[in-house]
Design a protein around this ligand. Structure first.
Ligand code: HEM
Length: 369
């Protein structure tokens, strides 16, 4: 939890800024080349680099790499979880299909890679015993932590937790950002406001200069919230269980019942939000017309298992959106109907391609664009 807390994020902010600046440079090159961009793939480079920094303190730098990146392996995992979670029969226990074997290979490679990171961190701990008292990232905290019986965590537990962080942090935030780009393609007014805010707060810098500036990007935050309301990347919060017999509305949920919460019906219901299907970021800035029931909006879940990465996710979204719209014009290739929702544990935009044009020439001439 501490690894994802605001205080730790403040210390890490310069590194988040570095990742964002690298991505800007990459996008400038791609903009100059004029080719359409698979924006979700691009965003995954950003989110995996940020997550590995926060989790391991390790600069993976996939933004500046070619195509053989760790994401190719990670992206096989959640769709497999989804298939198996909703399967009527556990066929994979009897027959290993090609896709099961692909998954096995990917997991083995991920495990080997994580094993190297853990070994390197263990060596650092042995050389500098003081590190155990003041862990500076999630991996260090897991290595110095003890379980309820006072024993160090096993390699399996450490691997499981590192994988959870990587999977939970990468796709979700990249998809949420992808959906934001998609929504913004049809909302020029929101783009204008986002830009106005970024121009005003970022001054001459191309990326928010410190965490205080990033926190002030309220339009970007409103775009993030409105996007997640209409396009939740976690539309099913799975694997909850009623601890006691509970009545929800007119429904009796006996103790021990497995519960799958669908988050979108309430978030898009007219009783909770006025004009529920319209993309209106303003509603998150106090300009509400009609209902505005924030308790019906739970993109990060709720209760004791609420997403511990939500502050980081919102920070990433503000940082990225302000960088993108301050420096580029973004145009979707094709119409909105060409982009569809694909649910595989998380919900991603499929078919979203954009073209970027640098905005700097327009900025130099007029002070706005
Ligand atoms: C827009 C981005 C994100 C969304 C929409 C999201 C959403 C969620 C949801 C719905 C849950 C389940 C909550 C529940 O069961 O009630 C969850 C769990 C979790 N999330 Fe996120 N998340 C995002 C980003 C992140 C990031 C950036 C990290 C960390 C790097 C992260 C780490 C986790 C972890 C570790 C869990 C499991 C918590 C547990 O089992 O107790 N998430 N997230």
């Amino acid at each position: 939890m501490l690894a994802l807390a605001q205080r730790h994020l403040r210390d890490l902010y310069p590194k988040l800024q570095t990742v964002t600046t690298r991505l800007k440079k990459r996008w400038e090159r791609l903009a100059d080349a004029g080719a359409p961009l698979d924006v979700v793939e691009e965003l995954k480079r950003f989110t995996v680099d940020v997550t590995t920094l926060v989790t391991f303190g390790h600069d993976l730098n996939t933004v500046e790499q070619g195509d053989d990146v760790i994401q190719r392996k990670l992206e096989l995992v959640l769709p497999a979880v989804n298939r198996r979670l909703f399967a009527l029969f556990p066929t994979w226990r009897l027959v290993r299909l090609p896709r099961d074997r692909r998954l096995d290979r990917a997991l083995a490679e991920l495990r080997a890679w994580l094993g190297e990171l853990v070994a390197a961190e263990r060596a650092r701990h042995a050389a500098e015993p003081g590190r155990a008292e003041k862990p500076s990232n999630f991996l260090e905290a897991m290595l110095s932590g003890r379980d309820g019986d006072g024993r160090p965590f096993s390699d399996d537990v450490i691997f499981g937790n590192l994988m959870t962080m990587l999977l939970a942090g990468e796709d979700t935030t990249a998809y949420a950002l992808g959906w934001a780009v998609h929504q913004l393609c049809d909302s020029p007014e929101s783009v204008m406001e986002l830009r106005r805010e970024a121009d005003e707060l970022l001054g001459k810098s191309e990326v928010a200069g410190d965490i205080e500036t990033a926190s002030k990007l309220t339009w970007a935050g409103a775009v993030a919230n409105e996007t997640m309301r209409l396009r939740p990347v976690a539309p099913v919060v799975a694997a909850l269980e009623a601890k006691v017999e509970t009545v929800v509305g007119d429904l009796l949920v006996p103790e021990g019942t497995r519960v799958f919460v669908l988050t979108r019906p309430a978030a898009c219901g007219p009783d909770h939000f006025g004009e529920p299907h319209a993309f209106r970021p303003r509603r998150w800035l106090g300009e509400t017309a009609g209902a505005h029931d924030v308790s019906a909006h739970i993109p990060f879940g709720s209760g004791p298992r609420i997403c511990p990465g939500r502050v980081l996710a919102l920070l990433e979204m503000k940082l990225l959106l302000s960088m993108l719209y301050r420096n580029f014009n973004v145009e979707r290739v094709g119409g909105a109907e060409g982009v569809r929702e694909n649910f595989a544990f998380s919900m991603s935009p499929v078919g979203l391609k954009v073209r970027l044009r640098r905005r700097s020439s327009a900025l130099a001439g007029t002070g706005a664009a």
